[in-house]
Design a protein around this ligand. Structure first.
Ligand SMILES: Nc1nc2c(c(=O)[nH]1)N[C@H]1C(S)=C(S)[C@@H](COP(=O)(O)OP(=O)(O)OC[C@H]3O[C@@H](n4cnc5c(=O)[nH]c(N)nc54)[C@H](O)[C@@H]3O)O[C@H]1N2
Ligand SMILES: Nc1nc2c(c(=O)[nH]1)N[C@H]1C(S)=C(S)[C@@H](COP(=O)(O)OP(=O)(O)OC[C@H]3O[C@@H](n4cnc5c(=O)[nH]c(N)nc54)[C@H](O)[C@@H]3O)O[C@H]1N2
Ligand code: SF4
Ligand SMILES: [Mo]
Length: 864
């Protein structure tokens, strides 16, 4: 274990200090050092001591000064005087004191909590991870399950997190950059523009490319990852499953290359499947049976040596015909020929065959490598995906199909392969705290050791008549939900006899009017709240709907004991070090703003809820004696952070120690990073349990007149079309999609003048990327203003930018721009509001994981 050298705080008499802290311009929370001179921050750099960001900052991180000092920041609590709400409604803001504001808020919350705490909805931006712990504690103390994360999840994570969680026990997955030789990206920019552990991954990915790692990027646009790739594979939007399944077809059926030993030992590929698509189980132990080749008999999986488990063949058990899951998969793959896939995803069949052969060969099945004296499987290939692949109606299968490529060759959490983000940790060496590791359930399938979301990815809970506004307790494969903002929310709440309605919204930063879908649709959902309070930096489009706006402190004024929420969200995968950095105030409070963390505690006190919130922090932070918060003692947030740090790192390492050192780190072990061979868990290549999930959901839905299509819950992945693929309307011949700009975070940073200036110089940040040949064939001109019309009658205006780097049918729109709020004058009117084109209703989400469909078939016509 090693701590960092305490070089930062120094004084030259006048105020001149480098303060270690953490960026918050996006959720990657890179460690920073901020240079403060005479009370002003003059420079922000990456903290080279930290593993989180590895001393790097992206362009956004560098500009944080301008976000902090933005004269358009909110400085006083504001009270709405106009009771009418709407996008074009003037709220009639009037300044009020903090006391007035918090008294009103506390009295509203007290009433609602007494009536039914579930009437409170707590909504946070995904961008500021510091809000995770405090709002988790506040919601738990209050007693509401209705917690949500803006467009987070329904755009980015419902597919990605769920499947990565089930397969890699992790929020997300990346190539093991230090050893990977062949990485395939399916709609992810990890290490190039966005994604988790962004700063660290950019360095790791650049080094990997320099080392010779081949990078194949499957994307409708060669924007960031594609631009740096060895090969860009343009794909029709929303069809990743077709390509991945065809690659699996080639590997399994044409080349016969797959990792038999891995499939036997680490997947459910040997479990026997009956004609009802369910495991054939042992009558005594209820364990799934496998065919024991040595004993020539069906036996419970835990009683058989992996190498003796049959992956093929037909067997009869108690008179029931059955086959191993892998045999089912192999048969299922027959129809996904490269020729078929070409027609769906537009990637030529010969390229699909070549990519599959390259991936299979580069996997080096059977090989090992020694790392730090430990012999480990070596599979230097990875197929990864993120937001782009899964933000669709067919989200679930898209993600499963891509990860299947890793599973087939055993490239899962071993050297060089697809790695989860730190799913196993032996704990802090001095005291073993923070230990977590995946474990098997009764069927031998993996349950993640630690999880960040609302529910564990696996096993799913039993669907029930929903009590949550988002209906995730019915649609149990969904993490975040559209029903908080959808056009059909009331219809669904009535259908499922939801016994209450939302009344109060606490919003932290989230700009949901822009982040989720069509602005008017989301606005309507906000109008129905009786009371809304918004903690914000600016008067965003969303905060304009609040009754009360509370001016927050900026990240340069914050204390956060877990800058890397909950402590590994932004820690790069792969060998290296564990690292726990904090965030601390570089600047004091000024201008009438307060830290939301303190405000939440103040509100809890005013409501008489202190004992509950102390208890909730004890649970959320897993505080143990003697650091447990006691009774209703009025701790400050700094005291809670101090307890959190001492609880994990010992009495001598409290907040003061961390303020001086910035972080603590210790070495990762190969058994942690490459945990898969050491942990006896399996993952599904045959998703047997989805059948029961469907039955449970459908049993509740069908009697209420809602049919849930079973084809989304099949045990083996398929390609299912999005609405866009079925649109045959004349003139609607482009698939509009969005992608992240390296210069901007979601809808947040367009207000930053440095980033805005850079984005204006960038050819694509604020324009609509269109394939030059396709555009010319339709008589369109580069630089022309156009209308983009969706097939359901929504429209948005923007300026075309010609390029060869976008699929001939693709229309690429960067970021989440097109602001209209007067409260963000720099951002106002810049860029294109893609989400205006999106419907927000059940018909436009994945019926299994509630991911919103983010591809739209559009017509492009010249505008005046
Ligand atoms: N077109 C398009 N739509 C998207 C996306 C996209 O890339 N393009 N991304 C999607 C995804 S995956 C996600 S997760 C969502 C994200 O959507 P949001 O969670 O709404 O995130 P942002 O748009 O980044 O907005 C961050 C907000 O937090 C506020 N904020 C920043 N720092 C602080 C702070 O310290 N305190 C307080 N109180 N507020 C702060 C800012 O004012 C800003 O309004 O958007 C989704 N929607
Ligand atoms: N710079 C920056 N960094 C960020 C953020 C940000 O806004 N800006 N937001 C943060 C958040 S909240 C998230 S969720 C992550 C998201 O990080 P990413 O997953 O990297 O996000 P995107 O750029 O939206 O999508 C990745 C790629 O998918 C492509 N794509 C779109 N549709 C499809 C498709 O159907 N198939 C395929 N194969 N590709 C497709 C896009 O062109 C894009 O290149 O980034 C985080 N980091
Ligand atoms: S990647 Fe995100 S957290 Fe890191 S420097 Fe850039 S904006 Fe800040
Ligand atoms: Mo996201």
């Amino acid at each position: 274990m090693q701590t960092t050298n305490a070089v930062f705080p120094f004084s030259t008499g006048a105020d001149d200090a480098w303060v270690p802290s953490a960026c918050a311009l996006c959720y990657a929370s890179c460690s920073i050092r901020a240079h403060r001179v005479n009370g002003a921050v003059v420079k922000i750099e990456g903290n080279p001591d930290s593993v989180v960001g590895k001393g790097r900052l992206c362009g956004k991180g560098v500009t944080g000064i301008m976000t902090h000092y933005d004269p358009n920041r909110l400085t006083k609590p504001l009270r709405r005087t106009n009771p009418k709400k709407g996008i074009n409604e003037d709220p009639g803001w009037k300044e009020v004191s903090w006391d007035e504001a918090l008294d009103e808020l506390a009295s509203v919350l007290k009433r609602v909590r007494k009536e039914d705490p579930r009437k409170l909805v707590v909504q946070r931006t995904t961008t500021v991870t510091a809000s995770g712990m405090p709002f988790r504690a506040f919601s738990a103390a209050f007693g509401t399950p209705n917690v949500s994360a803006s467009g987070g999840g329904i755009h980015c994570g419902n597919g990605a997190h769920l499947i990565s969680g089930t397969m890699h026990a992790s929020w997300s997955a990346v190539p093991d950059f230090a050893y990977c030789n062949y990485a395939m990206y399916f709609g992810a920019s990890k290490g190039h523009a966005a994604g988790h552990a962004s700063g660290s991954n950019m360095g790791l990915a650049a080094d990997a490319r320099a080392r010779g790692m081949k990078m194949v990027v499957v994307d409708p646009m060669a924007n960031f990852a594609g631009a740096k790739a060895t090969e860009w594979v343009p794909i029709r939007v929303g069809t990743d499953a077709a390509l991945a399944l065809a690659m699996a077809h080639v590997m399994v059926r044409e080349l016969g290359i797959y990792d038999v030993a891995y499939l036997q030992a680490k997947t459910n590929g040997a479990y026997l499947i009956g004609p009802d698509q369910r495991y054939v189980r042992d009558t005594e132990s209820n364990q799934p049976l496998v065919w024991d080749k040595a004993a020539q008999a069906a036996r419970p999986f835990s009683a058989v040596v992996a190498a003796d488990m049959a992956l093929g063949g037909e067997f009869s058990v108690r008179g029931v015909k059955c086959e191993p899951g892998f045999a089912k998969l192999k048969a299922h793959l027959a129809k996904f020929t490269p020729e078929w896939a070409e027609g769906v995803c537009t990637v030529p069949a010969r390229d699909i065959r070549r990519l599959a052969a390259e991936f299979a060969a580069e996997a080096c099945i059977g090989s090992t490598i020694v790392i730090d004296g430990v012999t480990l499987p070596y599979r230097p290939v990875a197929a990864i995906a993120f937001r782009g692949n899964q933000g669709h109606l067919n989200s679930n299968y898209n993600f499963i199909a891509v990860d299947l490529l890793n599973q087939l060759v055993g490239a899962a959490d071993v050297v060089g392969s697809c790695l989860g983000f730190n799913p196993a940790c032996k704990g802090f060496p001095e005291n073993g705290r923070l230990r977590y590791v995946p474990k098997p359930d009764a069927d031998g399938l993996m349950v993640a050791g630690m999880w960040l979301g609302f529910h564990y990815p696996y096993p799913p809970t039993d669907p029930r008549l929903p009590q949550n506004l988002g209906l995730q307790d019915l649609f149990v494969m969904g993490l975040n939900s559209i029903f908080l903002n959808s056009t059909d929310q009331e219809e669904f709440w009535q259908k499922f006899e939801l016994p209450y309605r939302p009344e109060v919204l606490i919003n932290f930063g989230a700009n949901l009017v822009m982040a989720i879908g069509n602005g008017e649709v989301v606005a309507k959902s906000l109008e129905r709240y009786k009371f809304m309070v918004s903690f914000d930096l600016f008067l965003t489009e969303t905060s304009q709907f609040a009754d009360l706006v509370l001016p927050d402190a900026s990240y340069l004024q914050m204390t956060d004991s877990r800058a890397n929420f909950p402590f590994m969200f932004s820690l790069p995968a792969g060998m290296g070090e564990w690292c726990w950095p904090i965030r601390q105030p570089v600047l004091p409070l000024d201008g009438g703003q307060r830290r939301f963390t303190d405000v939440l505690l103040d509100v809890a006190d005013r409501m008489g809820m202190r004992a509950d919130i102390n208890a909730a922090y004890n649970a959320a932070m897993n505080l143990q004696h003697p650091y447990r918060l006691e009774g209703d003692r009025p701790y400050s947030y700094e005291e809670i952070c101090d307890a959190d740090l001492k609880n994990n790192f010992g009495a001598e390492r409290g907040l003061d120690w961390f303020k001086e050192h910035g972080l603590i780190k210790w070495k990762k072990q190969p058994q942690e990073v490459y945990w898969r061979p050491f942990v006896d868990v399996r993952v599904p290549i045959y998703w047997e349990f989805l059948g029961s999930v469907w039955e449970g959901i459908n049993a509740i839905c069908e009697p209420r007149g809602l049919h849930i299509p079973k084809e989304y819950y099949e045990p083996l992945p398929n390609f299912l079309p999005c609405h866009s693929h079925q649109c045959k309307k004349e003139g609607f011949d482009f698939y509009a999609f969005y992608y992240r700009d390296v210069l901007h975070t979601n809808s947040f940073t367009m207000e930053n003048p440095w980033l805005d200036e850079a984005a204006q110089l960038d050819p694509f940040s604020y324009t609509i990327a269109i394939n030059a040949d396709s555009a010319l064939a339709r008589g369109l001109r580069d630089g022309q203003n156009v209308w983009v019309d969706s097939d359901s009658g929504r429209r948005v205006k923007g300026r075309l930018r010609f390029t060869q780097a976008v699929h001939p049918e693709g229309l690429g729109i960067a970021a989440c721009a097109g602001h209209w709020s007067e409260g963000m004058p720099i951002a106002k009117g810049k860029g294109v509001f893609f989400n205006e084109l999106l419907e927000v209703d059940f018909d436009h989400v994945s019926p299994i994981n509630l991911s919103l469909d983010l591809c739209v078939k559009v017509r492009v016509t010249p505008a005046a």
